[in-house]
Design a protein around this ligand. Structure first.
Ligand code: ADE
Length: 232
C-alpha cells in the first residue's frame, strides 16, 4: 500500500497519533487540517474530520483526490451494542451500514440506500485479519471483536433506540462516521477499516461513561493504529 489515510472525528481521537508522527507538511481544506508524514516509518495522512457522516465523507474524498491514499482507516470511539463488548474493548468492522438511511416509505429496508448497488460496505478481509492479530498483541488486557458497525448522525443514549439497532442490524457498535467513510471508500474503490474502542454502552449511562472512559478507550486505538501501519 502507498499512503494510508487515518481519520478521527475529534481532536482527542487523532492528537496522540499526530504527536507520534514525523510531520512533513500540513495543509487545509474544507476546514480540516491534513497532516502528512511518517507514523512509525509508514507514510500516512492524519486528519480530524469533524463529527458526523457529512464531514467524514468529505474528508475521505479529499484524502483520495489530494493524497491518493490507497486505504483509509477510521479510528475513534463507539457505543457498544452487545452485552459482552465492554468499555475499553475494540471493535473492528467486518462491514458498515448507515442506520439512519431510511427510505422505507418507498419500500426499501431501513439502511438501504435507494438506487445504489450496495448499502452494506465490507471492510477488506486482510486488513481486518492483520488488525485483529495486532490488536490482540498490543492490547492483551482487552477483548477484540470483529463485527458490524452502524453509523448515523445521532449519539445513542437511549435503551429503546439501542435495542432497535441491535434487532434491526445485528450490529456490534454504533458511532457517527464509519459507514460514510466506508461508502466513500467503496465509491473510490479503495479498502477501508473502522477501528473503534468502546467508550460507553449506548444507553442511559452513555453520556456519563463517555466522558469518563473516552481517554482510556483512545489509548487502545492509538496502540493498535501505530503498530498496524507498520504491517500493512
Ligand atoms: N460514539 C461514542 N459513543 C457513541 C454513542 N453512544 N452513539 C454514537 N456515537 C458514539
Amino acid at each position: 500500500m502507498k499512503i494510508i489515510g487515518i481519520i478521527g472525528a475529534m481532536e482527542e481521537e487523532v492528537n496522540i497519533l499526530k504527536d507520534k508522527m514525523e510531520i512533513e507538511s500540513v495543509s487545509q481544506k474544507a476546514s480540516m487540517e491534513f497532516y502528512k508524514g511518517k507514523l512509525c516509518g509508514r507514510e500516512v495522512v492524519i486528519v480530524r474530520s469533524g463529527i458526523g457522516k457529512v464531514n467524514a465523507a468529505i474528508c475521505t474524498q479529499i484524502l483520495v483526490d489530494d493524497y491518493e491514499v490507497s486505504a483509509v482507516i477510521n479510528t475513534g470511539v463507539a457505543g457498544s451494542l452487545k452485552n459482552e463488548i465492554n468499555i475499553g474493548d475494540i471493535v473492528l468492522s467486518n462491514d458498515a451500514i448507515q442506520h439512519d438511511m431510511d427510505a422505507t416509505g418507498f419500500g426499501y429496508e431501513v439502511g438501504v440506500i435507494p438506487r445504489m448497488e450496495q448499502s452494506t460496505f465490507v471492510a477488506e478481509e486482510k486488513l481486518v485479519a492483520v488488525a485483529k492479530e495486532v490488536c490482540e498483541e498490543v492490547n492483551p488486557d482487552i477483548n477484540t471483536f470483529v463485527g458490524r458497525v452502524v453509523s448515523g448522525d445521532q449519539f445513542i443514549s437511549d435503551r429503546e433506540k439501542k435495542e432497535w439497532l441491535v434487532s434491526t442490524f445485528k450490529a456490534y457498535c454504533t458511532e457517527m462516521e464509519g459507514a460514510s467513510i466506508a461508502q466513500a471508500a467503496y465509491l473510490n474503490n479503495i479498502p477501508f477499516l473502522i477501528i473503534r474502542a468502546i467508550s460507553d454502552k449506548a444507553d442511559h449511562s452513555a453520556e456519563m461513561d463517555y466522558s469518563e472512559f473516552e481517554a482510556k478507550a483512545i489509548e487502545h486505538t492509538v496502540k493498535l493504529v501505530s503498530e498496524l501501519v507498520k504491517r500493512i
